[in-house]
Design a protein around this ligand. Sequence first.
Ligand code: GLY
Length: 352
Amino acid sequence: MKSIQSLNYSVVFNKEGHQELSSLLSSNSYSKVFILVDKNTKKYCLQKFKTKLNLDFTYELIEINSGEINKNLETCIQVWNHITNLGGDRKSVLITLGGGVITDLGGFVASCFKRGIDFINIPTTLLSMVDASVGGKTGVDLGVLKNQIGLFANPKMVVVDEDYLETLAEREIKSGTAEIIKYGLTYDKSLFDEISTNNYKNINTLIYRSIEIKNEVVLMDPKENYLRKVLNFGHTLGHAIESYFLESTKVKSLTHGEAIAIGMVCESYLSTKIFDLSIEKLKLIKKTILEIYTKVDISKNYYPEILSLLKHDKKNVNGQINFVLLNDFEDYKIDCKVSEDLILESLDFYNS
Ligand code: GLY
């Protein structure tokens, strides 16, 4: 597969990606190589990664605890301490081998360590392949508030290889699917059709096209001044719902994709109410999403806290909640304001 050129790095695929990385590492431009993993990627992906690199090289492994709950500054401090104690310097490189938590946190750690060292993303989940590892957003959560601390920093390269998905649980594959649906609804409906009809038969094509779309948007608006906000479709309500379920002791956490899928149903409802998205299309979106994701009970008791979390969304400006809505498939509106009543109605719609 042809590599995709981003701002000042490439997304390189499969064998060619690993070969390019091997050449980079064997050129001895780095004083030390660190590989950041979690328990799962250490178990399922590290050996595969080394075999694919086919290179005899020395590295230091840094392992952090898995899961969004650990995507915080405490974990960053642990990693910075490890890198320091293991002799990391400005010429070190950090390879992030994992899902969105590893690539977001690892990119942030690398970008702040001694004012910035190189990092290379090897996404091992569908979510990080099609979204997190590409586009230069790095960061961590602040309490339950998602990605509140972070910066834009580009990796040196990204290597995408669907082989890493082999051991991924179905729930995690579905988590990444939500981002592909987002690209489908906002940018290229064929992705949405492929997901709703073909049951992941062409996963390679879905991954490739998703990265192409994300990259196209990021190249036009790297720092999210305007256009890049389209990538937040489903995420305004989705992040608030994800945070609520992460924080609450009464309910089990949702994956990012499960929350974003609920967000897309609600925000499609808002689109029908405020813009021209037809009721038939709204119904198709809801049906497709509920065929993939088990319906979640968003009790009315949760509404006040979800609204309060929405008010902390990092995309808000002057306390105003901003939504991306659809006028139609592949036709979106950015910076839409919605009344609280309508937001609650959209949750009722999801529940109905
Ligand atoms: N995940 C949305 C973005 O990278 O802009």
